[in-house]
Design a protein around this ligand. Structure first.
Ligand code: ATP
Ligand code: MG
Length: 480
């Protein structure tokens, strides 16, 4: 624990930045001060304001005990009272107010065994994870308290722990994930000593949800490539996702390894979480499906198996069902094949099979996948762009209200042709859907009834098409 005076006035830029502290938060701090307590802004908000960024959330610390904090504010809830945190709601805004504390013992590798409340801000700052997160702004003196030179580290873009990294990571394994998350989101260079101190074993007691939350933030970071690569090298990533142990798997001479291809795809895709996960996992099944015969190297069905593996991985990390479904759906379809001269009908079949609303993401995944091969020629790029534009246009068309729904329903067919409800109606509707995919203009009631009429006459006593399968290239022509 440090002692001494680490206070200094804000410099001119900081003064301007700290003016961004909102009025409602000032009022909370003044409530504490006016009752004789200390009040500091701490954590990410101080770090972000120092950088001129807008903080995502606000944390205050004080020497008032949690019970006292509850009595000082009219609306609050005990969000983490065991560790001294009360969330106060003031004018509709939420702020976490944590009593200054010292953490004692970390036998579970995540949470302190005991805490001791303290009146000393330096003691409180010493328990915090990184130097850039261990600064405090004193509302009373308007001075910055910076015992670990966090501001200097921000200036030099250095991420290092408060104290011995190995001890700090061992105490609480989540700090290792926060370390890589800050590297990914904040354009920082890792302290080599901290990097060396990362140990996968320290992660074994963490909950899947906490790991998921950190990974979710890391993946959408601008420096995802280097952060993930370092995380993989440290063994931490593959401790959580062993399926990603693919650095040794050389897909072809094009990339150093499958790992690099996954990394490059992830970095190349837009920073949306679903897309980033789909990119990171899209070829995860390649090692399992690897085959080598006289015709070359194959990974048959790696898309389907990859979709299954991604479901397992993301369920383990407790992502929502809907989220898992969209990521695995993208992976399942990432190998879609269309020749550059594909007909509109062929493109529409793909669109209907994948779902028109998924097409933009699927195209984005394919674009990133192509970029990450590192072998694009001007011509390949041109062909891809043209095809992708056509798919986009036809997908937009497929989503228009005009084409989304068949212009007839089962009841229309029953009434018009005196049919009985039953499987025949379903088959006729599937038949019409195929027609509309081929020719969206025909989605008009009179025309469709006309088709059914013709069809019923021609096929009396014959089998109708057995199912609607948009991928089936036979389509309705052959049954005609
Ligand atoms: P952000 O809000 O952008 O995620 P943050 O640094 O504010 O970043 P919080 O989770 O809000 O992160 O935590 C607030 C502060 O609490 C941190 O800045 C740090 O000082 C401290 N802190 C959070 N988690 C830990 C931890 N696992 N170990 C030590 N200190 C931590
Ligand atoms: Mg925060």
């Amino acid at each position: 624990m440090k002692s001494g005076n680490y206070q200094r006035p804000l410099n001119t830029t900081e003064t301007l930045n700290f003016k961004e502290i909102p009025q409602w938060l000032m009022e909370c701090a003044h409530t504490l001060l006016s009752h004789g307590f200390q009040a500091y802004l701490v954590g990410g908000a101080v770090r972000d304001l120092s950088l001129g960024l807008t903080p995502q959330d606000w944390d205050l610390t004080t020497d008032a005990l949690p019970e006292t904090v509850e009595t000082l504010f009219s609306e609050s809830y005990p969000s983490g009272k065991n560790f001294g945190t009360i969330t106060v709601v003031h004018q509709g805004h939420h702020v976490e107010i944590t009593t200054m504390r010292q953490d004692i013992g970390y036998s579970d590798g995540r949470r302190p065994d005991h805490i001791l409340f303290t009146h000393d801000i330096l003691t409180d700052l010493s328990r915090r994870d990184f130097t850039i997160n261990a600064m405090a702004y004193d509302f009373r003196s308007q001075l910055l308290i910076d015992p670990y030179n966090g501001r200097k580290d921000l200036y030099h873009r250095r991420l290092q722990t408060v104290g011995e990294p190995k001890e700090r990571f061992k105490e609480d394994g989540l700090r290792m994930f926060r370390f890589f998350r800050f590297l990914a989101t904040m354009d920082l260079r890792p302290d080599p000593k901290a990097l060396k101190a990362i140990h996968p074993d320290f992660a074994q007691w963490l909950s899947a949800e906490r790991i998921r939350d950190e990974l979710s933030r890391l993946l959408v970071g601008t420096n995802v490539r280097s952060a993930l690569d370092l995380m993989e090298q440290s063994g931490l990533l593959t401790q959580v996702i062993p399926e990603l142990k693919v650095r040794q798997f050389n897909q072809s001479s094009l990339y150093p390894s499958l790992w690099h291809h996954l990394l490059e795809t992830t970095a190349a895709i837009q920073p949306r979480l679903e897309l980033r996960w789909a990119a990171l996992l899209h070829d995860v099944a390649k090692p399992l499906t690897f085959q080598h015969d006289e015709t070359g190297v194959h990974h048959y069905h790696h898309d389907r198996l990859g979709a299954e593996l991604s479901q397992k991985i993301l369920s383990r990390l407790r992502y929502s069902k809907a989220f898992i479904q969209s990521v695995s759906h993208l992976i399942q379809w990432h190998m879609f094949q269309l020749p550059s001269n594909a007909t509109d009908a062929a493109i529409r079949r793909l669109i209907y099979s994948v779902g028109p609303q998924v097409i933009p993401d699927l195209l984005e995944l394919r674009r990133a996948d192509i970029v990450a091969t590192g072998r694009i020629t001007r011509q390949t790029w041109h062909i891809w762009n043209e095809l992708s534009e056509r798919i986009t246009l036809l997908a937009a068309e497929a989503q228009s209200p005009h084409t989304q729904k068949l212009a007839v329903n089962g009841q229309d067919l029953i009434e018009q042709f005196q049919l009985k409800p039953g499987p025949l109606i379903g088959k006729l509707l599937a038949y019409l859907t195929d027609i509309v995919i081929e020719n969206p203009e025909s989605n008009e009631k009179t025309q469709l009834l006309h088709f059914v009429n013709d069809y019923l006459q021609k096929n009396q006593g014959l089998n109708l098409p057995s199912s609607h399968n948009p991928q089936d290239s036979a389509g309705y022509h052959q049954s005609d």
